[in-house]
Design a protein around this ligand. Structure first.
Ligand code: KG4
Ligand code: ZN
Length: 374
């Protein structure tokens, strides 16, 4: 059994995990910094680095303890090399390098996006399912909205022991979908991060009439590219043009200032019109993500669709994908919510295939904030 210690620090989660043979999670610890960044309405890079420095040692220690292991039991260390915030990445990389050198164990550099793809395989393994390749993988988070074709390194598409091959087939031209959620939540006085609360509010809008309809987003050129900044601006203009929203937005902002930011506390401060607006926004995001991903899946005649990243936690996105895929005879795979958002189990899992292929880094390994997967 190969046990890999994963370290992830690319954004605002300090995470460590131990994964056996790339598929069995022995432990997974995530220290989120949301409470630190919340009052700024987004991740502040300097604060993120400082918090990673504070958390990295206890988080790694906890991951080992939960796996019932000592550092010496680790076979290799997998660390996120990029993409992400440079100062944040450097904390994990420096610690990973130091551990690898001290223990005399290999250091495996991992692309964070490959980690999100592997989160799907981890979940499938847990559920006793096989995510057959070739697949189309949508990675959709606060920082990324990108579509890859994923094929197996070896020919039969079943054995994942070879290195996976990635081909980028679409991406956002402006905002990431999660960023749109966060910006719309902010302008509606619904706090940070926006995804989870908008998800729940949209679900209770019932049949309140739509105050506005958002048409399908057109992207010239590649039909598999996304764009979300126009939608966010459309919400902004709609709210500005309708003064009736102002009072309730102020009331919710005051609620947030009192620290009352829970769904149960904000829901009574939302009019049916606001709930319907949130529903229309979410319908537009989900429709766009699902349409383009399914278009890619059909064009490439893949076996599976995989969806990963923070926004993959969205309930409507999950049900819509499942319905659409069933109609098309394609299998759809989502990680659990815990594996959808940033974590280190996915990094350790992605490190395993590289470990087997002998892809190691030496002490010159550096952070690459804009590392590409393909
Ligand atoms: O993957 P993640 O934890 O961090 C990165 O951005 O890499 O994703 C966080 C993003 C945030 O933008 C958050 O608003 C969004 O994922 N998110 C959601 C949901 N839960 C988190 N968006 C929509 N629906 C959700 N349920
Ligand atoms: Zn991520």
């Amino acid at each position: 059994m190969t046990r890999i210690l994963g370290i992830e620090s690319s954004c605002d989660e300090t995470a460590s995990a131990v994964v056996a043979d790339g598929r069995e999670i022995l432990s997974s610890v995530v220290a989120s910094q949301i409470d630190i960044h919340r009052k700024y309405g987004g991740v502040v890079p300097e604060l993120a680095s400082r918090e990673h420095l504070r958390q990295i040692v206890p988080v790694v220690r906890e991951a080992l303890a939960q796996a019932g292991m000592k550092l010496a039991d680790v076979d290799a260390i997998g660390v996120t090399q990029g993409p992400g915030l440079v100062g944040a990445l450097l904390v994990g990389i420096t610690y990973g390098k130091t551990l690898a050198a001290a223990l005399g164990k290999p250091l495996v550099p991992v692309n964070h996006l490959a980690g999100h793809v592997h989160a799907v395989f981890l979940e499938a393994f847990k559920a006793g399912r096989v995510a057959k390749l070739p697949a189309v993988c949508l990675i959709v988070s606060g920082g990324h909205t990108v579509l890859y074709e994923v094929t197996a390194g070896d020919a039969d598409g079943q054995d994942l022991s070879g290195l996976l091959r990635y081909r980028k087939i679409g991406q956002t031209r402006d905002d990431a979908a999660g960023e749109a959620y966060d910006k719309v939540a902010k302008l509606l006085g619904l706090g940070y991060p926006g995804g989870p609360i908008l998800d729940r509010l949209a679900a209770v809008s019932n049949s309140a009439p739509a105050p506005v309809k958002f048409g399908a987003t057109k992207t010239r050129g590649n039909p598999l590219d996304f764009s979300f900044s126009g939608l966010k601006t459309a919400v902004l203009y709609h709210v500005r043009e309708h003064p009736e929203y102002a009072g309730e937005i102020r009331a919710r902002e005051e609620s947030l200032q009192r620290g009352e930011r829970k769904y149960e506390q904000l829901l009574p401060l939302c009019s049916p019109q606001t709930l319907a607006l949130v529903r229309e926004f979410q319908n537009a995001v989900v429709r766009d993500l699902v349409e383009r991903t399914m278009l890619a899946a059909e064009e490439l005649a893949v076996e599976s669709v995989m969806v990963s990243g923070g926004v993959a936690a969205n309930s409507q996105l999950r049900t819509t994908f499942e319905e659409r895929a069933k109609n098309k005879g394609i299998e759809v795979f989502f990680p659990s919510r815990a594996l959808s958002t940033d974590n280190a189990a996915m990094i350790a899992a992605a490190a395993y295939e590289r470990f087997r292929a002998g892809v190691f880094a030496d002490s010159s390994l550096n952070a690459d904030p804009s590392l590409v997967l393909a």
